[in-house]
Ligand binder design. Structure first.
Ligand SMILES: [Zn+2]
Length: 303
């Protein structure tokens, strides 16, 4: 399955509501179709003048517990799973409206967002997508963590994790990022945490919305969720999901094979900063598809 070469948006508005993972506060989310070259922007509908923040690496203001973007003192928090969903489905242009500062956590995965978008449909637009293309590998390595990007003709990610916990240990997962593969293999993988960390965070007023309904919680040798895991290697699949969300902050799709080891939001973000400093290592282009112009294909891909 080839990567889409024309820009895509939603066929219609989609809505959901839930609570914020860290705030515990209720929030309503609406995703709306957006025009060509709009990108993905978050709009705070609860604030005067509805401030808008682009979902781009240079608007990231915090990555310690969740990915937070901000501009002029206004923030939107915990955007990573929604961003992973939009990038995983190759959707370029969306208006994301929220009536609070945190994206709803839903079930701790990107599954609910993915299902509602697939149900609404994806609309192909009459303009080519612009891709980052690497001229040479780019790497960032520090304290046993690494992110490496290799030139490729498509978008692939390989994630490696290594935890001391016997339920996790070493896991590796590799996929080509394409909408059906993302939906089936990655979108439902939930965030995870250790019981002692969750208790610590709650003591300090964080993870107020966190529960067994939206995270896999591990207590030493035991998974506390009644129904166990959704995939035997759900942990590394979630890390891959997070990685897709972090790379979505490039603002444009990338043709590369990304390989990570023990990385997380903060280190992925450091890689993106490094990427934009290495301007001689990449360029951007569009992929022509002369045999299949959008004017002759179905406008709404009901997938
Ligand atoms: Zn996550």
């Amino acid at each position: 399955m080839a990567i889409p070469t024309y820009q895509r948006t939603l066929a219609k508005d989609v809505r959901c509501s839930g609570i914020g993972l860290h705030s515990g506060k209720p929030v309503r989310l609406t995703l709306k179709p957006a025009p060509i070259n709009y990108g993905i922007k978050f709009v705070r509908k609860d604030l005067p003048d509805n401030p808008t923040i682009p979902a781009r690496f240079n608007c990231v203001v915090d990555t310690s517990l969740a990915t937070v973007i901000g501009s002029d003192g206004v923030i939107v928090s915990t955007i990573e799973h929604l961003m992973a969903c939009l990038a995983g489905l190759s959707i370029d242009n969306v208006i994301v409206e929220l009536d609070a500062y945190e994206v709803p956590v839903m079930d701790g995965s990107a599954g609910p967002f993915t299902r509602m978008i697939m149900e609404a449909g994806i609309q192909q637009q009459e303009a080519p997508r612009h891709f980052f293309v690497l001229k040479e590998p780019i790497e960032l390595e520090q304290d046993g963590k690494f992110v490496r990007a290799y030139p490729d003709t498509t978008f692939k990610i390989t994630c490696n994790i290594d935890f001391e916990n016997p339920l996790i240990r070493k896991q590796s997962c590799s996929i080509e990022v394409e909408d059906h593969i993302f939906e089936r293999e990655i979108s439902s993988a939930r965030t995870f945490g250790f019981l002692h960390e969750v208790e610590y965070m709650k003591r300090y007023g964080l993870a107020r919305g966190g529960s067994l309904d939206n995270a896999v919680v591990i207590d030493e040798n035991e998974i506390l969720n009644e129904n166990g895991l959704r995939y035997p290697d759900e942990f590394v699949r979630h890390k891959l999901l997070d990685c897709i969300g972090d790379f979505a902050l490039l603002g444009m799709p990338i043709l590369a094979h990304i390989v990570t080891g023990k990385s997380g939001h903060a280190f992925n973000h450091a890689f993106l900063e490094n990427f934009f400093k290495n301007k001689t290592s990449w360029h951007t282009l569009t992929l022509n598809e002369p045999a299949d112009p959008p004017s002759r294909t179905a406008k709404s891909l009901a997938i």
